[in-house]
Design a protein. Structure first.
Length: 145
């Protein structure tokens, strides 16, 4: 389903696919993005939609880390102490700049969670993950289009 606007068509399926794939739930938005571009969609508009959805999903994960507590992380998210410790060590070693890589599989979602747990400044969190995710989608479309 699309919402038509003179500048962009909002592709809700792509938006929600990108949002879900950047939370702790499994998913992937890259295939749908490439399919939509292949269908003739506006590549930059679709990249922006996917980026916004993906960033919003990461902010949700950040909020879970920031607002949650140890019991929630262990019971609801099923993150053991070892996973949390590894993510904290990695974040502590590489700092804020590591958020540019929040799009990476396996480490990206826990990285966002740990950023919330460690009270990373929200504005820097959003800027860095948005830059990384936008670059990833742009490069992906550039390579496969």
């Amino acid at each position: 389903m699309y919402i038509t606007h003179p500048m962009i068509e909002l592709d809700w399926a792509l938006f929600f696919s990108a949002l879900i794939s950047s939370t702790l739930l499994p998913g992937g938005s890259e295939a749908l993005l490439l399919y939509r571009v292949h269908e003739g969609g506006n590549a930059m508009g679709l990249v922006i939609i996917a980026t916004i959805g993906n960033v919003l999903g990461s902010v949700i994960t950040y909020a879970i880390g920031r607002l949650g507590n140890e019991a929630v992380h262990k019971k609801w998210l099923r993150m053991g102490d070892d996973k949390v410790a590894r993510a904290e060590a990695w974040f502590g070693k590489y700092g804020q700049i590591s958020l540019l890589f929040a799009w990476l599989p396996i480490v990206g979602d826990p990285l966002c969670l740990v950023a919330g747990l460690l009270r990373s400044p929200l504005i820097w969190f959003i800027i860095l993950i948005a830059l990384g995710k936008f670059a990833r989608y742009t490069i992906l479309v550039g390579i496969f289009s």
